[in-house]
Design a protein around this ligand. Structure first.
Ligand code: ADP
Ligand code: ASP
Ligand code: MG
Length: 460
């Protein structure tokens, strides 16, 4: 039996949490084989991003010294570091420094530099967790995604996995050493065929765990985090959000895609393909979790959850040429394809198409899209928008929820734009102004979840 256990940055924030992760891992090893996937410790990734943004000689030295001391301190709380441990830490820091200096000399860090630099976060983390596990008398083996293991294309910062190349290699390299060792695997990073480090997008360590689960035919993929599981809303927005004990793959896909960042949206696909159960578990309260699997039991028809995604831009395309013609939508989508910009939401009428894209997409590409679209339509762009998504089987099985949603928003004077409902009928998605998102989510949670006592929407 193989278990994949992934620990997020929040679950590895300090020595106490790292020791806790090591204990969970060794307990799992008593039941079967374990691959543990790590994110960068705490806010390391953001810290490295800040350094890259303000890159100069002083800042580089400050960052590298701070990183060395930070990790040495954590290590000292876990065990007495040997000379070898210190030398290893120093080598990582020297390599980080070299790459930072290289980027500084080029004036601007390229996307390739950024991935190489950010990848150090996960490499440090694997090294430290492995030392904590060793301290408990278990053998470990560190494997890094960029050491010819997670193969991707060269789309730096958000690379796509080359599955046919990756899966067989993971099997071949891991299975022979799995009985004897706890494998500590870096999240987030991969490699191009010609050996350049890539990253798979922010928060993608969950996805790496799922890829490993698929490759090794794991029994379970366990995602350890800082909340009690998937909840009826983001607990940072809704203080009385409740844990949902079970969800199916379709529901979690919608929720994760539209903002419930507790699980990276790409995590679902590899797990679903092999029908592997995914659990989202609180690393400090392991009895509390959400179980995600293929088929929902009957009594879960009342599940409902709300997610939101800020920083979205809307593109409204208007053209009377759309009337009674074919091929118009294809023309529009081809332009997005050419510029490699993903679309989140679409809604259409006879003469109008509204599309939403992430505000962080490169500005030049959005401008190119507008230029191309303007040749055959009039285009307007609206910024500072948010997507809200209400997801759950309840939408399919109970009448009147859509009516309730828009009544609540109307009563709260929240303007709604662009409404869409997926063919699966388990989500209703719409756009509001960024300023209104918090108010909208709280009001909807109150009406749809708190005011439905007697109906089961999660653990109360
Ligand atoms: P990790 O470091 O473990 O990867 P993340 O910050 O990526 O942690 O994800 C956990 C956070 O996701 C939680 O602290 C919570 O604030 C947020 N979150 C957003 N939506 C939800 C939701 N529906 N259920 C649970 N947590 C959510
Ligand atoms: N460390 C990376 C990030 O902060 C990846 C992850 O946490 O999953 O985005
Ligand atoms: Mg995460």
């Amino acid at each position: 039996m193989v278990i994949i256990a992934k620990f997020g940055g929040t679950s590895l924030k300090d020595a106490k949490r790292i020791k806790n992760a090591a204990t969970i891992t060794t307990e799992l090893k008593k039941q079967g084989n374990v691959v543990v996937v790590v994110s960068a410790i705490g806010d390391t990734t953001n810290f490295l991003i800040d350094t890259i943004k303000n890159i100069d000689a002083v800042n580089i030295e400050k960052t590298v010294n701070e990183v060395y001391l930070r990790y040495l301190n954590i290590l000292e709380e876990i065990k007495t570091p040997t000379q070898k441990d210190k030398k290893q830490l120093k080598t990582f820091c020297d390599n980080l420094e070299k790459r930072l200096i290289l980027s500084q000399q080029q004036k601007n860090a390229s996307p390739e530099d950024v991935d190489h630099i950010l990848g150090f976060g996960e490499i440090f983390s694997a090294f430290i967790l492995s030392r904590a596990i060793k301290q408990m008398d278990y053998k470990t083996k560190i494997l890094c995604g960029n050491d010819n293991l997670i193969f991707t294309n060269a789309n730096f910062n958000n690379a796509d996995v080359l599955f046919d190349k990756t899966y067989p290699v993971l099997k071949k390299r891991i299975l022979p050493i799995l009985d004897e060792n706890i494998i500590v695997f870096t999240g987030f990073i991969g490699t191009t065929i010609d050996n350049k480090t890539t990253t798979l997008g922010r928060s993608s360590s969950d996805y790496i765990a799922s890829l490993l689960g698929n490759a090794l035919d794991a029994e379970e993929i366990q995602i350890y985090t800082d909340v009690d599981g998937i909840m009826t809303a983001d607990p940072r927005i809704v203080k009385d959000a409740k844990v949902i004990r079970q969800m199916d793959f379709n529901e979690i896909s919608e929720l994760a895609f539209f903002g419930a960042y507790v699980l990276h949206p790409k995590t679902i696909e590899p797990a679903m393909e092999k029908n592997i159960c995914v659990k989202v578990i609180n690393s400090f309260n392991t009895d509390s979790f959400t179980k995600i699997f293929k088929k929902m039991p009957e009594d879960n028809k009342n599940i409902l959850s709300i997610s939101s995604k800020k920083n979205v831009v809307l593109l409204n395309i208007y053209s009377t040429r759309m009337l009674n013609t074919h091929g118009f939508l294809a023309k529009v989508f081809t332009i997005f394809e050419e510029e490699e910009i993903p679309i989140d939401m679409v809604s259409t009428s006879e003469v109008n198409i509204s599309l939403s894209v992430n505000e962080y997409e490169p500005k030049e590409k959005i401008q190119n899209i507008i230029k191309k679209l303007s040749k055959f339509s009039s285009v307007s762009l609206e910024k500072n928008k948010s997507i809200i998504c209400v997801v759950g089987e309840a939408l399919k099985h109970r009448y009147g929820i859509a009516g309730k949603i828009f009544t609540v928003l109307g009563n709260n004077k929240i303007n709604v734009e662009m409404i869409s409902q997926g063919a699966s009928e388990i989500n209703i998605t719409f756009v509001v102004n960024d300023n209104d998102v918090k108010k909208a989510v709280i009001a909807l949670h109150n009406e749809l979840i708190n005011n439905n006592k007697g109906k089961k929407y999660g653990k109360s």
